[in-house]
Design a protein around this ligand. Sequence first.
Ligand SMILES: [Fe+2]
Length: 374
Amino acid sequence: MFAARHLPPDQPALVRALRARGRSVHALRRRGADLGHAVPVARQLPSPAAAQRRWARAEPVFLPGILGRGPQRFAAQIQSALRMFDRLRAGGSLLAEFERRIGQDPDLRYSGSSQDGPDDREIERVFVDAWPGGERAAADLWAMLAWLATDRSDRSLRIRFSNGADGQEQWLAATDQTAGWVDLYAARAFPECAVILACAPLRRRLAALLGRPYRLSERILYNNTPDGGAVFHHDAETGQLGVVFSQLQGTTGWLAIGKRRLAALLHHCGHQRSVLAAMRALDDQDERLWRVLNRDAGFTAELAARGALFVLEAGDSILLPSHSRDDVAWHSVVGLGQRPSLAHSYGIFARRPDYPAAADPELAATPRTQAPPA
Ligand SMILES: [Fe+2]
């Protein structure tokens, strides 16, 4: 089933006619590239079996409305986060924002901040240490404010929570106790994390798909602006089983598809001489392939024709499986609507016993050990 249909850029009369009939028609534009329009056509949750098949094949799993009334329940916090991003976009200080949000936190202590990191997009980082009960449990936890793109015409912002040095080596080296404190840092600063963490239907789906204890870490808040968004990429990082992206306010357009089907489509459309060549070319993109993936309305239409186009509204999530470098969901995002939106993206990791129960409302609500059978 298709979540959204695609219209080419040169169909203004059709767009007007659909809108006159009350249909939502979203212009897909990103940093000057006109990719046509998206028309949502279906918003049905997949059955657990269908979701399992898609997950196993490294295809995205679209879960419309899975967050229920969570975004409405946290409307005040969500609006507060949106106003914060507006201030940050106008040059405001992340440190000042965090001082207001968690300056009085009983466990998290400010340990420093920095401006402009090695990446051109980085704006500011705020570091804290965790001192529950007066003993230091984790150090060097940070929140990094950054532009989404190097192109400054895209005013999209994001805040990423992590710890230690940049890069996946650090994730691998970190204990689950540290990861848990990073997750608590995000949840204390932005209580609307609970929309995702305390969403029982989403958590049940994740538990069934993963079949093992998991944690939702390496959290990123996205404030995608209209005409902005991430170009095609994947999130296959060592230890990361996938990503759950949840729209809390506003709308984003998505192209998302498993790498193997993406490679087959590039070959089918004549952009690569073989599927194997396309698989390798995706790993090491040249300018021509990058333009096909990110600036070509014709290829966007081909993707949409294969069910790879999605429109995420507030309350929707999309799961992006990451089994390996070749079995992974590739995806790109387009900010829709009239103003910046809010979404949370969490990496999915296997959870070890040292993950603090307090970091996950599901664990905090459930006894961690069961009595042996009589
Ligand atoms: Fe991603």
